[in-house]
Design a protein. Structure first.
Lengths: 439, 263
């Protein structure tokens, strides 16, 4: 028995290819049901996000399992594309597969390290699998562990700290200047894509009032409607600046739209209240000398990008700690999986011994004729004592080797020596984790 | 008994100061609750020290430099605990606790048993509480100037992350001044009344009286400036940092004399 993984991600495949394999939420239950029935697959789970499609499964034979799982992945493709798929796939098994799942869940394999979505996506994939009953003892434990390791990494390292996108960096800065964004007003000058993105971030951060000025007034009206904002005619936006705590400038103009005099006038009316000016236009829209004015905080796109780059570097440093945390959790999980392998053997051995004992007692008692209840009891005790004593050492050895690399060898040897094939077939497919501990 | 409590307090404030300074350097970001808890424990112990001293001495313990500095330190920590619970400005502890500790250890350096001031505790209480408010204004002013420098120079690391927003620091500054000013006013009025009672004259133009009046006038202007023409933000931060120099000057004047200013 082993855990295997097959998948493709942003590291190995371009987005066009990933898209073909993506399993939508609506399709997921059916795909899981199919995976569960797929030959050689005992347990399975599907993790499909916009950056990766990964299948994890528990199989009896590693090589055959990987082959089978790859074949299943191919069936997921929405359309047959050109070119070989092979170079874009990765196949992992055992400790590597477990470690990969842990790293993915801890957001260490993400495009933006530390991004928060993946943990939720793994949780959703797991819930869907639970609903379809496509997972069992092994994957349940491994995925739960992955989620808890992911949470711990987020809580105990700085991997998810600080803004790593320009828009979010602007929001973070706004929160260091203003305490309560709900009382603040944003003036968006220029309703281009970048400006809208920044405005959207500020609005979701709770900014109270939004004004939008655009050279094309119809467009300002249109965007204002979507953002529940107030349109301002472009010709008079400078008069609104005094009332704006945050000014986002993102027009397509190739010269300065806001100069030091405009800001000075606004600051005068504002009576020393700070003003945050964000220039995300290229070329710049706000005269850089504005930054020298007291209580005016001017950041352009390069400043924000520089800040973001620093934060990314910091995340990468934190990721090293996170990698250690993840790596430390893998061996225990692998050892637990190994210990599961000997459990069926132990159970089969016990059953076989009990069966022989029962048959032999019946045979002997039939020959002995009338016995007192006490005498019958003694015969039964004798047989039980002999089998128990004989089995004691092999059972101890099996349990002791269960978590070692020799575990499966011991299990196979025991099966051969005691001829346990038939007993094993009669056992339920997967032992419960409780029996693993009792065994 | 009050001496035992006093010494435990000294130890706890020292420990808390150390923890808060470690926090400031950013080495131990998870230690926020621990440093707050130690400061809280120190404050409780300090309260017990003040109460037991009052019971044992049989008078309000504000009659000597020793007692005044101890009370000053106690009020500072109280202000920190209240602000921390209300605004979660944890880094404030890294500024206030060292000041509270220095004040308490200075208190220990003064003789414990001398009743130097006579029974003028009303005047001392108002003056000290006013000083606590101005000290707070000074501290948040310094924090404002640091944060504003970080934002202006675009150096967005280290302290930038730990300091709160400019808005909040300015709000605390305004609140501190508008509480400190009436307290100082009451301190000066009661002081003048006691001077009249002790000496028969409201004013005799000694250094600390001039200092106190100068400080009062300064903060009056700062306060009026904020309310009328919007002297807030960076301007207010600068003014309160400068104004605190006047407060310290007056305090040092009293401390150097080390005795009853009314004789």
């Amino acid at each position: 028995m082993n855990i295997v993984a097959v998948g493709l991600s942003h590291r190995t495949a371009p987005v066009e290819l990933r898209e073909r394999f993506a399993v939508t939420e609506a399709r997921l239950p059916e795909a899981l049901a199919q995976l569960k029935r797929w030959p050689g697959i005992r347990e399975g789970i599907i993790l499909s996000t916009c950056n990766r499609v990964e299948l994890y499964a528990v199989v009896q034979d590693t090589a055959m399992g990987l082959e089978s799982l790859s074949e299943y992945l191919v069936t997921l493709a929405a359309a047959v594309g050109s070119g070989p798929l092979e170079p874009h796939l990765y196949r992992l098994d055992g400790a590597d597969a477990v470690k990969h799942l842990f790293r993915v869940t801890a957001s260490l394999d993400s495009m933006v390290i530390g991004e928060p979505q993946i943990l939720g996506q793994v949780k959703e994939a797991f819930e869907a699998a639970l609903l379809e009953k496509s997972t069992g003892v092994v994957l349940n434990k491994v995925v739960k562990k992955a989620i808890s390791v992911g949470k711990r990494v987020r809580a105990e390292t700085g991997i998810a700290e600080h803004a790593v996108s320009v828009s979010y960096a602007a929001v973070e800065l706004a929160k260091k200047i203003f305490q309560n964004l709900a009382e603040k007003t944003v003036l968006l000058v220029g309703a281009g894509e970048m400006g809208k993105l920044a405005a959207r971030h500020l609005i979701s951060a709770g900014v109270g009032r939004v004004l939008i000025a655009n050279r094309n007034y119809d467009r300002a009206l249109d965007v204002a409607k979507r953002f529940k904002a107030l349109p301002v005619p472009f010709a008079v936006f400078r008069e609104e600046m005094a009332g704006a705590d945050i000014v986002v400038c993102a027009t397509a103009a190739d010269s300065f739209v806001i100069g030091p005099d405009d800001v000075r006038k606004a600051l005068h009316v504002r009576q020393n209240r700070p003003m945050f000016l964000i220039d995300i236009a290229d070329p710049r829209n706000i005269d850089p000398t504005v930054g020298a004015l007291d209580n005016a905080y001017l950041y352009n796109i390069d400043d924000l990008q520089g800040h973001v780059d620093l934060n990314i570097e910091q995340r990468l440093r934190e990721a090293l700690t996170a990698e250690d945390m993840v790596r430390a959790e893998v061996p225990a999980m692998v050892a637990w999986m190994k210990s599961l392998e000997v459990v069926p053997t132990i159970m089969a051995l016990r059953r076989r011994a009990e069966a022989i004992q029962r048959v032999e007692i019946e045979r002997v008692l039939a020959k002995m004729g009338a016995l007192s209840p006490r005498q019958r009891e003694l015969v039964e005790e004798l047989a039980a004592a002999m089998t128990n004593k004989l089995l004691h050492s092999p059972l101890i050895a099996l349990k002791a080797e269960a978590e070692s690399p020799n575990g499966s060898l011991f299990a196979e040897t025991t099966q051969r020596l005691f001829d346990l094939e038939k007993e094993l077939q009669r056992l339920p497919d997967v032992p419960s984790s409780e029996s693993a501990h009792r065994g | 008994m009050n001496v035992v409590f006093f010494e435990i307090t000294l130890l706890l404030y020292f420990l808390s100061t150390t923890l808060f300074l470690i926090q400031l350097s950013g080495w131990w970001e998870k230690g926020a609750q621990a440093s707050f808890a130690v400061a809280g424990a120190g404050f409780l112990c300090h309260t017990l020290a003040l109460v037991s001293r009052m019971v044992e001495a049989g008078h309000i313990p504000l009659t000597s430099m020793h007692e005044a500095l101890s009370f000053f330190s106690w009020a500072l920590v109280l202000v920190f605990l209240v602000i921390e619970l209300r605004y979660q400005v944890h880094i404030l502890g890294s500024f206030i606790l060292p000041l509270a500790f220095i004040s308490l250890i200075s208190s220990a350096a003064f003789p414990r048993e001398i009743k130097a001031f006579g029974n003028v505790w009303i005047h001392v209480t108002f003056s000290l509480l006013g000083t606590v408010a101005f000290a707070l204004a000074f501290i948040v002013g310094v924090m404002y100037l640091i944060q504003e420098h970080m934002l202006k120079s675009k150096h967005l690391d280290g302290l930038y992350h730990r300091l709160p927003s400019l808005d909040l620091l300015d709000e605390l500054n305004g609140k501190a001044i508008s509480m400190g000013f009436p307290l100082l006013t009451l301190g000066i009025i009661t002081g003048a009344l006691f001077a009249e009672f002790a000496r028969g004259s409201f004013l005799n133009w000694n250094a600390e009286q001039i200092g106190a009046l100068g400080t009062w006038l300064f903060y009056l202007i700062v306060l009026l400036g904020r309310v009328t023409v919007g002297w807030r933000a960076k301007k207010a931060a600068y003014l309160t940092v400068v104004g605190f120099a006047g407060v310290v000057f007056t305090l040092v004047g009293v401390m150097l004399k080390g005795q009853n200013p009314f004789t």
